[in-house]
Design a protein around this ligand. Structure first.
Ligand SMILES: *[C@@H]1O[C@H](CO)[C@@H](O)[C@H](O)[C@H]1NC(C)=O
Ligand SMILES: *[C@@H]1O[C@H](CO)[C@@H](O)[C@H](O)[C@H]1NC(C)=O
Length: 354
């Protein structure tokens, strides 16, 4: 009987074992990064999908987009670290000084095994490890040292038009759908300097979860400014304590991007599945992918997201500004409780905004 019981337990647990994804083998050339990953996860991000993690993710973008077929630039080359004296003067890189204050010491500590470009991409890929719902993104290493600062005016600003943002991305091979996929990053992000009176203001109600709230929240009718009015690049948001970027608001409502935006709003899996490859593509800008070594096995699987899409308290389908022609926004349940008053994101160590 005991044997029989054990046997049936085995049979019951077998499918679970078989369903676990096989861990990819680690290329031995990646071995030197094992302790670096541990250091960043334990001592930089500290198991939190918080300010340090958000900064690392933002840095991927601000470094990698610095390339253009006409103006030049090295893309995902780490120039934002090495040529900080130039790149941090670009208005679009406002606030990146705090990110580098926090990440810089970790780069210096590990610069013997990681080039600046690899460090930016590695930190960004690892930053998602504590963000429930985030995809596990790929990471490759072997980017050469940056040779020059990025040319100016290549990082899109939140007050740029949809035309100009889509044009900037299309120059470097990104479709409008991929632009929206990349903007999933605003699910785990906030702004320090758009409204400088309220640093650390998140873009959605759940900055520490990689959920679809950003895509729901931005489609709700704007009714308030979380701080002061009249900031360039900001429009009214629908939830107190969250800041809505003008660019997000316009991309959510533009006929070229509205249906993808809406599709992500209620489809966690689709959003995560599109974000991972788009972020990885960004990490290859300006690089020769054939010369890079796949070290993706070093990136942990982020925790699963267990919630489901809902309207924030006090808001309903009638508050959605329908923007995808032809497909009505689906009805969702409304979270119970009084209207939210979302607190600021606690600032990371080394960041002097707090
Ligand atoms: C650039 O980085 C170096 C090394 O971390 C730092 O000493 C310097 O202050 C930074 N410069 C600017 C303009 O942020
Ligand atoms: C938003 O939150 C702030 C800080 O808690 C509060 O002072 C303000 O009255 C709130 N505004 C609205 C419109 O609820």
């Amino acid at each position: 009987m005991v044997f029989k019981k054990a046997l049936s337990a085995l049979i019951v647990s077998l499918p679970v074992i078989l369903a676990a994804p096989a861990e990819p083998a680690l290329n031995p050339r990646c071995n030197a990064l094992v302790p670096v990953a541990k250091d960043l996860l334990d001592n930089l991000f500290e198991g939190e999908c918080g300010d340090a993690a958000h900064g690392a993710l933002r840095l991927i973008f601000h470094d990698a987009i610095g390339i253009s077929p006409t103006a030049g630039g090295g893309g995902a080359d780490g120039s934002i670290i090495i040529f900080n004296a130039t790149e941090l003067t670009f208005p679009a890189n406002d606030g990146i000084d705090d990110v580098l204050d926090t990440l810089g010491p970790f780069f210096l500590k590990h610069s013997n095994v990681l080039s600046p470009g690899d460090f930016v991409q590695f930190a960004g890929a690892l930053s998602l490890a504590a963000c429930p719902g985030a995809p596990r993104v790929k990471f490759v290493m072997g980017r050469p040292q940056p040779v020059a600062a990025s040319p100016p005016d290549l990082v899109p600003e939140p007050f740029d038009s949809v035309d100009s943002i889509l044009q900037r991305f299309s120059e470097v091979g990104f479709s409008p759908d991929e632009v929206i996929a990349l903007l999933s990053s605003h699910s785990v992000a906030g702004a320090d300097t758009v409204d400088p009176t309220i640093p650390g203001t998140p873009f959605d109600s759940t900055h520490n979860v990689f959920d679809t709230n950003i895509f729901i929240d931005v489609l709700l009718k704007g009714t308030l400014f979380p701080g002061t009015a009249d900031n360039q690049g900001e429009v009214m948001s629908s939830i107190n304590g969250t800041l809505r970027l003008q660019s997000d608001s316009e991309l959510a409502r533009d006929s070229r991007t509205a249906c993808t935006w809406q599709a992500f709003a209620t489809n966690q899996q689709l959003m995560a599945a599109r974000f991972g490859p788009a972020l990885f593509k960004l990490s290859l800008l300006g690089q020769n992918a054939n010369e890079l070594t796949d070290c993706s096995a070093l990136i942990p699987q982020p925790p699963a997201f267990r919630g489901r899409p809902m309207f924030p308290p006090g808001q309903f389908l009638k508050d959605i500004e329908q923007s995808c022609a032809g497909t009505p926004f689906p009805n969702l349940p409304t979270q119970p409780g009084p209207p939210l008053d979302v607190p600021a994101i606690p600032q990371a160590d080394g960041d002097d905004d707090s």
